[in-house]
Each structure stands twice: as C-alpha cells, then as structure tokens.
Design a protein around this ligand. Structure first.
Ligand SMILES: [Mg+2]
Length: 218
C-alpha cells in the first residue's frame, strides 16, 4: 500500500515545477487539443467540425488523463493519421502565455535554488511552452519523452538521484493534485499544490507562485 513518507524540514536545493497550468496558461494547449486537432481531423475526413469534435473528444475520453497517451501529441497525430504535429504547433506558438508572476518568481528563486521542470507533456510540446523561460532552468524534463512514463514516485526518486540530491532537498509545485502533490510526497519530496482558483484550503496549498517565495522566506 502507498504511504506518505513524513517530511523532514531540510533546506531545499532544487525547486521543480510542473509546466501547463503552473507556469503556462492552458490557452495554447486548449487551442491545440480542442480546436486545431479537430479542425485537421475534419479536413482530412471531409466531415463537419461538429462531427470531428465529437469523434476526437470521444477518443480523448476513451484514453483518459491517467494514461500517458493522453499527453502525447505524437500518439494522437499517429492515431488520427494527421501527419507531423510540428507545423501545427508552430502555427499556434503565439498563443503560449505565462502567468503574470512567472518571470519575477523564477528570476527570484533562480538566485538561490536550482530550478527544474518536470512535466507530463511530450517534448515537442514542452520545448515550445518553455521557449521564453528556459533560461531559468537547469533541466526541463518531459516524463513522457525522457522516461516513457507519467509522473510517479519512483520517477521523482530517479530524478533526485540523477540530480545528486536527496528527496528532502527538493520541492515540487504544480496544479495537479495527484501528479504534482500526492505523488511527489510519496517520494519524500515536499510539494505545494497550486490552486489558482482558490477552492482548496490547506497546508502546502498555494494560490499563486509568489507564495512560494514568501513561504521560503526569500
Ligand atoms: Mg499542470
């Protein structure tokens, strides 16, 4: 049975961030998955957009967000026989936007900590999402592309090992209760759950990335 390892208070060395919904708004992702892919699908089969959305969304739901295929744009382009996703992603690149506090928070934290990204997004996606903030990060990890896996406790431990750090010396922050909060905690990593809508109250829940800076008393 899974068990939460008690956290020791240790000075962190590495701060790990999720990407989508944490650093980058869902705008780009929503346009790709909800509009651009159905539009390509409709054109390739000569059907209406409404029909295409129905079929594409049914396929998304059939896979579900607990399977790695959900996050893998190559899988979907292959499954729908849409060719190479790269061109499409570039067409929508202008829709990538960061949350307003992101540059300032990353700038501040990067003075004192090593920053990394651990994301379930595929590399093709992630590289574009991170393009204008990559200078803050030591490593940008796509769990799907680099480890063929979604975020798991064992994977967080492997990342700590690769970084030469103990789990107690890492903090992870993200907007998925499972992938970014409970799973890293199972690896002994201190985690902050980012709830931008402010619905959940609790220890280690934050509404804004700037709160990490104050919690770490920088
Ligand atoms: Mg996220």
């Amino acid at each position: 049975m899974d068990r939460i390892i008690p956290l020791e208070v240790t000075q962190p060395k590495i701060i790990s961030f999720d990407a989508e919904g944490t650093l980058v708004t869902p705008q780009f992702s929503n346009s790709i998955w909800h509009e651009a892919i159905p539009a390509l699908y409709a054109r390739s089969r000569d059907i209406s957009m409404a029909q295409a959305k129905q079929e594409v969304f049914d396929a998304y739901n059939e896979v579900g967000n607990q399977r790695k295929e959900w996050y893998d744009i190559n899988y979907w382009f292959c499954r729908f026989r849409l060719g190479d996703p790269h061109k499409l992603l570039l067409q929508y690149e202008h829709e990538i936007e960061y949350y307003p506090e992101v540059h300032q928070v990353l700038h501040t934290l990067s003075q004192q900590y090593q920053l990394i990204v651990v994301s379930n997004s595929a590399r093709e996606f992630l590289d574009l999402l991170m393009e204008n903030i990559k200078q803050y990060f030591m490593r940008i990890i796509s769990t799907i592309s680099d480890f063929n896996s979604l975020k798991r406790a064992e994977l967080f431990l492997e990342i700590c090992h690769n970084m030469g750090t103990a789990p107690q010396e890492m903090i992870h922050i993200g907007d998925s209760w499972d992938f970014d909060f409970t799973i890293p905690q199972k690896a002994g990593i201190r985690a902050f759950y980012l709830d931008r809508e402010g619905k959940i109250r609790g220890d280690n829940t934050i509404f804004h990335l700037g709160e990490v800076v104050s919690q770490l008393s920088i």
